[in-house]
Design a protein around this ligand. Sequence first.
Ligand code: BTN
Length: 325
Amino acid sequence: MTKDDILQLLRSSSSGFVSGARLAATMGVSRTAVWKHIRALEQDGYEIAAVPSKGYRLTSSPDLIIRGELLRGLRTHIIGKSVRYFPDTPSTNAVAMELAQRGEADGMVVLAEAQTAGRGRLGRTWVSPRGNLYLSVLLRPPVPVGKAPLLTLVGAVAVASAIRQHLELPAGIKWPNDILLAGRKVAGLLTELSAEQDRIRHVVLGIGVNVNMALRDLPPEVRRRSTTLAEEAGAHVDRTALLRLMLEVLDRWYGRFLEGEDAVLAAWKELNVTLGKRVTVSGAGADFTGIARGVDQEGRLLVRLSDGTLRQVAAGDVTIAKDDH
Ligand code: BTN
């Protein structure tokens, strides 16, 4: 018996109450063992009332990702067949890269409630307080190394689509990997690759989504450009349900990607807020401005400069001109 089983029984009781005797009998353990599990649940942040002659009743749950609930009914083929969960970790991407080296299978997911050394793109820090989603997915796609950047697009399509589906909010993608709502960043993706010659050993797709955190937990310069799903939806968001949907949508898009990149590129273009806009590209040598025209088959951004030349951008930051939102 685990405390998860007790939780499950408390949750499924129609009257709300389950007697200690019934819990003990159902689980085949002593009432003292039941009591110990109840204490452990309270230490995890659950509030459980004990009423003489009625039993125990769950009165409130902490806002944690419940692994059991996440996995129950998860309809995926590859993603999430194994899930590692951490209350805190330096970086889910770092953990996933390490587990990948030890031979973990395609689709493993590493989840954390908070990160102490979250990694952002271009060597930046991803500030990772509680209340959000931090996950990394291990992928071992049998495709050439040149196709690896497309996995960021696969992730971006999945995250934006899941947000749209779950909350009916118009999430869009800013190249290469920012998910925006109302012009502010609500999620980011960081793909890390291990390869030899032309073969991908593994890719770790890291996803950070601002869900319920207080925006004041972010440093001021990041806060100005950021928002959260709760802020945009005007209500607290069920992270476990959103995460389950996100894994299911990602599983479908990963499957399509393995059949060829056309469907992914088409969906990415559909959700894109960069194309056709005047953009400034920075962080990849000298800054330059032009019109974002599209992406090539490798996921690089194509920017038309004022002299008519077309530049391929593999990495960098894109700012959409203010008068062009
Ligand atoms: C960006 O700079 O926009 C990318 C941010 C990616 C953050 C996620 S959170 C989960 C995973 N673990 C990390 O350390 N980073 C990624």
